[in-house]
Design a binder for this molecule. Structure first.
Ligand SMILES: *[C@@H]1O[C@H](CO)[C@@H](O)[C@H](O)[C@H]1NC(C)=O
Ligand SMILES: *[C@@H]1O[C@H](CO)[C@@H](O)[C@H](O)[C@H]1NC(C)=O
Ligand SMILES: *[C@@H]1O[C@H](CO)[C@@H](O)[C@H](O)[C@H]1NC(C)=O
Length: 242
């Protein structure tokens, strides 16, 4: 049992990173909604936006374009695709992300995965069950267990390599018929009368393409240039915080 507790300060830091990571993702989603409200009433910088008459080749339209297939983008694409919507996901790099982020998932995160039908994404990635923490100080130690008594035994936290988890999420996304997942770098939003109609992007061969949809969702992380052209961020983001 003891080895199933995360040990020491390193573990706590990793978990905090996990928390920050999940928190950032929900923040982005929350901001996305606010952005929609604000976009209607405010003028934003024109950088990173082009008019529809741009010199790019149009491709088939979708209901929803999602820019970025990280934890937020992939999970969202999966949910919307399962609802029968046609979703086009454009991700800059489909290789496994290699960074330290979200290495640990608290039990609430696992329950959320179940809700989304994504709980098998923690399988086959060497994920370790996480039942609580052990804190050490001045030669003493304290165990903190997650209150899991009323849940089935598979409900617990998990620790894993973020990149492996993201790849599992992407695989689930790619398995849906109505969702297309492709590698491409989105360079700008396409706007018509101030309304976002889609994105302009470069595909793997460097071809500039345009994709159109009724709704475009930007999930490309803290340092998104696209988001910067839609709103003025008021929160100062620390580098490497998520
Ligand atoms: C888009 O078109 C409008 C009006 O035609 C123009 O004012 C604006 O500068 C154009 N934006 C870009 C990014 O070309
Ligand atoms: C894809 O969308 C169509 C409607 O456009 C729907 O009939 C079909 O069931 C959807 N397929 C899946 C796998 O969700
Ligand atoms: C990029 O787009 C062009 C034009 O649609 C297409 O011919 C080419 O195969 C695409 N490249 C990749 C890697 O998908």
């Amino acid at each position: 049992m003891a080895e199933q507790y995360m040990v020491g300060v390193g573990g706590v830091i990793a978990s905090l990173l996990g928390f920050v990571f999940l928190y950032c993702n929900s923040l982005i989603r929350f901001r996305g909604l606010r952005k929609l409200n604000r976009a209607a009433s405010m003028e934003f910088p024109k950088k990173n936006s082009v008019n529809k008459t741009g010199k790019s080749e149009g491709v088939a339209t979708a209901d929803i374009i999602i820019v970025g297939a990280g934890v937020a983008g992939a999970a969202l694409a999966y949910s919307l695709g399962k609802d029968g919507r046609r979703v086009r996901v454009i991700e800059r790099d489909l290789n496994a992300p290699n960074r330290m982020a979200g290495e640990s998932l608290i039990p609430g995160g696992y329950l959320k995965l179940i809700e989304l039908g994504l709980e098998d994404c923690v399988d086959e990635i060497d994920a370790q069950r996480l039942l609580g923490y052990t804190l050490y100080k001045d030669g003493k130690e304290a165990h903190v267990s997650f209150p899991l008594e009323k849940f089935q035994s598979h409900v617990a936290g998990r620790t894993f390599h973020n990149g492996r988890f993201v790849q599992r999420l992407r695989k689930k996304v790619a398995s849906l018929h109505n969702v297309s997942l492709e590698q491409g770098t989105v360079t700008s939003l396409i706007k018509e009368n101030g309304i976002v109609k889609g994105v302009q992007y470069k595909n793997e061969s460097g071809q500039v393409l345009a994709a159109y949809a009724s709704l475009t969702i930007i999930c490309d992380g803290c340092f998104s240039n696209l988001r910067r052209c839609l709103c003025y961020p008021k929160v100062k983001m620390l580098r490497n915080s998520c």
